[in-house]
Write a protein that binds this ligand. Structure first.
Ligand SMILES: Nc1nc2c(c(=O)[nH]1)N[C@H]1C(S)=C(S)[C@@H](COP(=O)(O)O)O[C@H]1N2
Ligand SMILES: [Mo]
Length: 491
């Protein structure tokens, strides 16, 4: 019976992990219902009403437990019988999951893994009872049985929690989809995207937007449950609900978000159109007191972020965002509400699932990553990246294009230059953007001669500062250095 218990919990757990539409146990129970003769069904339904599903599952489990008892008794002296029973039921289970309306390979894997768990338990426990085994005693059997039981309970609970979380996630996705937000589909500003074949788009689609956070799986927080408490060095504490927030009217801004862990040439960066409410408006309403220099924001899962207050209140598009590229914020990007502040790396600015603001002083608090050795303020550094040709690729000799992106959010980029094999720097064409808060696309034509080449890029920001060549590691406050790419050109 323990073997059957193990088989069921392992298969249910795997079904939950793989997110199969119907677990093997449910599939078998459903078949049992379908195979029950009609004259029997009616009185049963009259008797148990809507509890027929749980009843079918319970009966299936009891039958399986009984068969498990038979297989268990037979294990030592008539192992063939045992193996036949287990094999037969694995085959039946497999058939059951394959003949349901939504069959899946994962459900078969879950079934077979369950059978393997049953065999493992039979082997582990019965051999402990065998008279010729060295430790074949009742005590050793009981210890083994207890271990198996704990395993069954643990994986049973784990499977249920997982299934519960999936249901909650699906519910949240439905609520998110039916939110009535004044969001318009966004389109990339004319001229921003150079439209070069193979170049990643100027606007990063939500599904391709990098995701960085400390959450094992994203917090599930409904808009109706959300509120933001603003406290600390303020004249009056306020609490804002989602409806309050949206009722203020939404501002839109293009902002490129970048992670401090982005290596030179890395792709932990994305550009989106964000819709939200200026963070400064909410702070003004609470009334920031003299001496405060830090906004400590906390997410619903306890992650903290320290932002220079100046960056929030100096007039830039620092938003409490509810929309991303024309749709409600995706769950993994902070639904229902997150911060977006141009000019700062994400870890000091972009709190997702944000629920608490404390207006304070840097001298008094330390945020999550600062406690772990990362810089306190985290301003963005000028960077540029070559996307085409791809690193270590081979291109056809002749007319080619070198293209990429460059960024220094909230300062802007004024020039991008490229050189091949340490030759002269050549100025690149830069995509038109009417904001200093996003990256720019750039490109230069290249007449590639046959052979190996090294391409380098450097950007100049809108203050006229040329991107430094000096290599710095991402720790503690962001990488520097020129991106360079090796390619081969073939005639
Ligand atoms: N709640 C929460 N917000 C967070 C983080 C986090 O770990 N938890 N990580 C930050 C970091 S380091 C970055 S780079 C950005 C990434 O945002 P994205 O996942 O939407 O791209 O989110 C920021 N916001
Ligand atoms: Mo980050």
């Amino acid at each position: 019976m323990l073997a059957v218990g193990a088989a069921l919990t392992v298969s249910e757990l795997l079904a939950a992990v793989f997110d199969v539409p119907e677990s093997p146990l449910l599939a078998v129970a459903q078949h049992a219902v379908d195979l029950t003769p009609a004259p029997l069904i009616k009185p049963i339904i009259d008797l148990v009403g809507t509890a027929d599903k749980p009843l079918a599952v319970a009966v299936t489990v009891v039958v399986l437990l009984a068969l498990g008892a038979v297989a268990g008794r037979a294990w030592i002296e008539r192992r063939q019988v045992s193996l036949t029973l287990v094999g037969g039921f694995t085959a039946l289970g497999t058939l059951a999951v394959l003949t349901r309306p939504e069959p899946s390979a994962a459900a078969v894997v879950a079934t077979v893994a369950g059978a393997a768990a049953a065999l493992a338990v039979l082997h582990l426990l019965q051999d402990r009872l065998a008279e010729d085994a060295p430790d074949g005693t009742r005590r050793s059997f009981l210890v083994g049985a207890a271990v198996v039981l704990v395993g069954i309970v643990a994986s049973g609970v784990g499977g249920q929690l997982l299934a519960e979380r999936r249901r909650r996630r699906a519910e949240l996705e439905r609520a998110r989809a039916s939110l009535d937000l004044p969001l318009e589909p966004t389109s990339t500003p004319a001229g921003a995207d150079l439209g070069i074949d193979g170049q990643r788009p100027w606007t990063t689609p939500n599904r391709d937007f990098y995701r960085i956070d400390t959450a094992l799986s994203p917090p599930l927080l409904d808009a109706s449950e959300w509120s933001l408490r603003i406290h600390g060095l303020v004249d009056r504490e306020i609490t804002v609900t989602y409806d309050d927030l949206v009722a203020r009217g939404l501002t839109e801004a293009w902002v490129t978000l970048c992670c401090v862990s982005n290596e030179v040439g890395g792709d932990l960066i994305g550009n989106a159109n964000w819709s939200g409410v200026p963070m400064a408006d909410l702070l003004a309403e609470a009334g920031v007191q003299d001496g405060a220099d830090c906004l400590l924001s906390t997410s619903v899962d306890g992650w903290t972020c320290g932002t220079p207050l100046e960056a929030v209140t100096d007039g830039r598009n620092a938003l409490l965002a509810v929309g991303m590229n024309g749709e409600p914020l995706p769950v993994r990007h902070g639904f229902p509400v997150r911060q977006v502040i141009p000019g700062l790396y994400g870890y000091v600015s972009a709190t997702k699932w944000v629920v608490d603001w404390e207006v304070t002083r840097f001298a008094e608090v330390e945020a999550y990553w600062t406690q772990r050795g990362w810089g306190e303020r985290g301003p963005i550094k000028t960077q540029s990246r070559i996307d085409l040709p791809a690193p270590n690729s081979t291109v056809r000799a002749g007319q080619q294009v070198i293209a990429g992106v460059a960024w220094h959010q909230h300062t802007g980029i004024s020039a991008v230059e490229v050189r091949v094999d340490e030759g002269d720097w050549v100025g690149a064409t830069i995509g038109e953007v009417d904001t200093v808060d996003t990256w720019v696309q750039w490109s230069v034509p290249w007449d590639a001669t046959p052979g190996r080449h090294t391409i380098e890029v450097r950007a100049t920001d809108a203050d006229g500062r040329v991107q430094t060549q000096e290599r710095a590691d991402v720790l503690p406050d962001g990488a520097t250095g020129w991106h360079s790419v090796d390619v081969a050109a073939q005639a």
